[in-house]
Design a protein around this ligand. Structure first.
Ligand SMILES: [Zn+2]
Length: 218
């Protein structure tokens, strides 16, 4: 194993632990992957409790999802990850999580509200789509999500969870963390009588801030 692979395995464990400690993934739920090189992908295994992930638990697959190295079975959502990479050649990492509050909004049949929180408008100026329910780990789900992944860095899967991608594991994780933080705040606002929208010109200013910021990112 070369230094890069060791570093990526360590980062994968670090991000998995962050997701786990925040309850964004629980027990054996959720899965993560990162490109190792143009032909190979590191991905978490199925069934293992993610909070206890070790370097040797992570497996290496090819672009078709075949196991190349490792003792474990790759995630049952492997097709989902491959569809995300195929949709977005610029993506280096994919995070699939089960955030409680974000998912609860979809279980209740609610859209993801916009125009209320500055953090949301800065990080998600084009909104966050909710994909209608499809069977978890199915090819139908992967294919149905692909067009949305071409346009968005994070999508919400109805009655299920989220999928985010980025040019690193940290960036993919941040999208999930920011979204769930916003949804928690919106949930509390709902409990206190309902969220109040920001003025339209304020929302437009916040969305422009994101676009200026994006221009200086790699
Ligand atoms: Zn899932």
């Amino acid at each position: 194993m070369d230094a890069l692979e060791h570093e990526l395995r360590q980062e994968l464990i670090e991000i998995t632990n962050r997701l786990s400690s925040r309850g964004l993934i629980r027990a054996a739920g959720g899965n993560l992957s990162v490109r190792l090189n143009p032909e190979e992908i590191l991905i978490t295994p199925t069934r293992l409790a993610k909070g206890y992930l070790r370097e040797e638990d992570i497996v290496v697959i090819d672009q078709q999802g075949h196991l190349l190295r490792g003792e474990n079975t790759p995630s049952t959502d492997t097709a989902f990850h491959l569809a995300a990479y195929a949709a977005r050649p610029d993506a280096e990492a994919v995070v699939h999580a089960h955030p409680l509050i974000t998912t609860a909004f979809t279980v209740a049949g609610r859209e993801i509200p916009t125009g209320i929180l500055p953090e949301f408008e800065i990080f998600f100026p084009d909104g966050v789509p909710v994909i209608p329910y499809e069977t978890p780990s199915s090819r139908d789900l992967a294919e149905f999500c692909q067009p949305f992944l071409k346009m968005y860095d994070i999508i919400v899967l109805g009655h299920h969870g989220t999928l985010s991608l980025g040019y690193s594991l940290t960036i993919a994780w941040l999208a999930t963390e920011h979204l769930e933080t916003c949804m928690e705040l919106l949930f509390y606002a709902e409990c206190l009588g309902g969220a109040q929208p920001l003025p339209e010109d304020t929302v437009n200013l916040l969305r422009d801030l994101h676009r200026q910021d994006r221009n200086i990112q790699p």
